[in-house]
Design a protein around this ligand. Sequence first.
Ligand code: 6LW
Length: 505
Amino acid sequence: MRYQNPVLTGFYPDPSICRCGDRYFMVCSSFQFFPGVPLFESTDLINWQQIGHVLTRDSQLPLAGAGSVGGIYAPTIRCHNGRFYMVTTNTTQGGNFYVYTDDIRGAWSDPIYVDQDGIDPSLYFEGDRVFFMSNGTDDHGTHGIIQCEIDIATGQKRTPVRCIWQGTGGRFLESPHLYHINGSYYLMASEGGTEYGHMVTYAKGDTPYGPFTAYAKNPVLTNRNLGGYLLQGCGHADLVDDPDGNWWMVHLCFRQIDQWLMHHITGREVSLVPVTFDADGWFTAGVDGTTRLEMETDRIAESVTQHIWQEMNFSNTAVGMEWCYMQNPILSCYRIAEDCFSLCGTKTALCQDDASPTFLGIRQKEMCFSAECTLTLAPQEAGMVMYMTPTQYYALLVRPCAGGYAVVRRAQLGNLVHEEPVCTLPTDAELVRLQIQGNCYTYMFRAACGEAVYDLGYLESRFLSTEVANNFTGLMLGLYAVQLDTPAWTDFTGFRMTNEAKSAQ
Ligand code: 6LW
């Protein structure tokens, strides 16, 4: 059959995967968003259904002050003796920790912290031994992939921390995972940085702590030499086997806009490629070590079709699932009904990352989309926003003005804040419908009030891109409110976001 990459679009970086029987589970990074660590399930590896988040309580996920490069980095999910473990780093508070659950659809434990340096922690279970890997500095001051054994009940270290591999020379050696396959140990990692030079490398050894011999043809996967190709930045990978014994790799990638001097806006997404072992126990991945948009495979049944999410609305999405807050939300500012989100702004503006603004965001999953929502007019600032970071966003907002209400298009780019144009609504107006339409290059802004339609022009997507914003996340479409004088409530109804084709160019 044929499937398309990415298999999961929108900002879902650093995928990690495990299989339990005939079901696969996958987690991704979530940074400053709450709940944390989105959790997906699949039975065929190409259709992923979100079943919740791993970190759903403030006690698991203190995010106060987490900006767009803070909070939760690269998680790893593993299943051992029927128990699921998710290990990650809260880069803002607490460092490396893991949580566990015996019910993948239920609540996860409170964090168990591990006093090991570095980010991108991973677990490998062997009998009653548990190996804990990360990329950091060991007890002797050596930097690389570092490892210790831990007591899984307490998170206490059982052995000194030591460096077990230093990669192949690429910068930013990260995302280690250890596997035991057909009698050999494989240590897989990424190098080159999570940008256009990203690559997956690995080494093989006879023990879980090495010594490891690097694969002679590393990198085993990279798109760095495919100039102009839509899928770039392939790296940060994890392996899984299917019930037929085939191996697969999920990894992050992004879809670039333009052929030269590229940029990308939807963040790092998830692609899937087959992995094949040779007779000597070395493996290859993808199509000649690259990831393609169209993949042909006989490992997935012809009867499986890949579903693409065409419209997201209040009926087929939910708060705490697709919709996320920023940092730990002040829940009294939200009233969530089936067909209406009511938001009460606080004094925290969108341009702040020292507190949680009243904000609910959903990922921009495709370059081409159209999103609209109807708002009641209330004495506060409220609107829709294409949000990348506190200092990179485009908002279409409504707020009181002399004699009524005005719709304003605001661009914040660094410390440059520009508001234009401003349309004054009829004095008897009670509702306004806001629309943002995206293509690869621009966001277009429109408002409608009764019979009147206001064209608020367009802004370029490039200025919100990762290359400009300098962040690890991707574009979110947010519904938000900010208090002006006294607290007020805005009702958001009739939201829909229609995605077009999966291609970008
Ligand atoms: C993550 C690191 C990376 O911890 O980006 O692409 C960092 N790789 O492994 C943040 O997502």
